[in-house]
Design a protein around this ligand. Sequence first.
Ligand code: SAM
Length: 265
Amino acid sequence: MTDTSRERLRTTFTEDAGLYDRARPGYPRRMYEDLAGLATLGPGRRILELGCGTGQATVPLAATGSRVTAVELGAEMAEVARWNLAPYPRAEVVVSAFEEWPLPPEPFDLVLAATSFHWIDPAVRTAKAADALRPAGVLAVVSTHHVKGGSEEFFAEAQPLYERFDPATPPGLRLSPAADIAPDDTELAGSGRFGPVEVRRYEWDLTYSAQEYLDVLRTYSGHRALPAPARTGLLAGIADLIDDRHGGSITKRYLTELMTAGRIA
Ligand SMILES: C[S@@+](CC[C@H](N)C(=O)[O-])C[C@H]1O[C@@H](n2cnc3c(N)ncnc32)[C@H](O)[C@@H]1O
């Protein structure tokens, strides 16, 4: 992705923060259990979250009793996140690009980015995350992949619609099994700022009605950026496919990846 397209696409989420909040799933409970074993969380601990969205990971992090500071680019996303975090007075949401946010003098025990690290400038994100941490503090990068599984026939049947309405779709694209997607730790491992990288992975399924699935698609930056006629045609075709050929619901398989490393320098 070029710098220009990253900077353009990353602003699309906040265009409909309410939709994002309603449609985007959070993360599996097992991920938080593992995280609690990798980084000490709780009262007295300080967490910095990058790109919190409407609080998908922020709420479970705040529920540990830790003090959470979330830096979020989109003002509307931040507003919904603050609403969701109302029961946790030790959580605050700051509107800023992480690249431009001045780091506070007191370091953090954990820096976490959930489906957001790739939206931050690669020339800045790893070094600045390390700078935000105390020595031995943990960086956690959560990534989301859409993988083969669930309603496999539906996803194969949707491909011609993508080829018709989205010129960026590679011809014949198919979802890969989770096992074929190798974790990519080159950025963290090569930064010289972190110790050994640990990777945990979770495969899980969600079932959607046609309307629910369209709502999820409408939160994706690539779908949001399509010209309106193409987006309308694509979503109508997908809705018909789900309702006419798949009995009104489909199941999507997610691969959530938790990559962690401790600060050494
Ligand atoms: C795909 S969403 C992920 C939101 C949430 N963390 C989740 O797990 O669903 C990416 C979020 O990162 C925010 N974002 C993108 N670039 C950012 C940056 N440079 N600094 C801070 N936030 C950023 C976007 O506004 C958006 O809310």
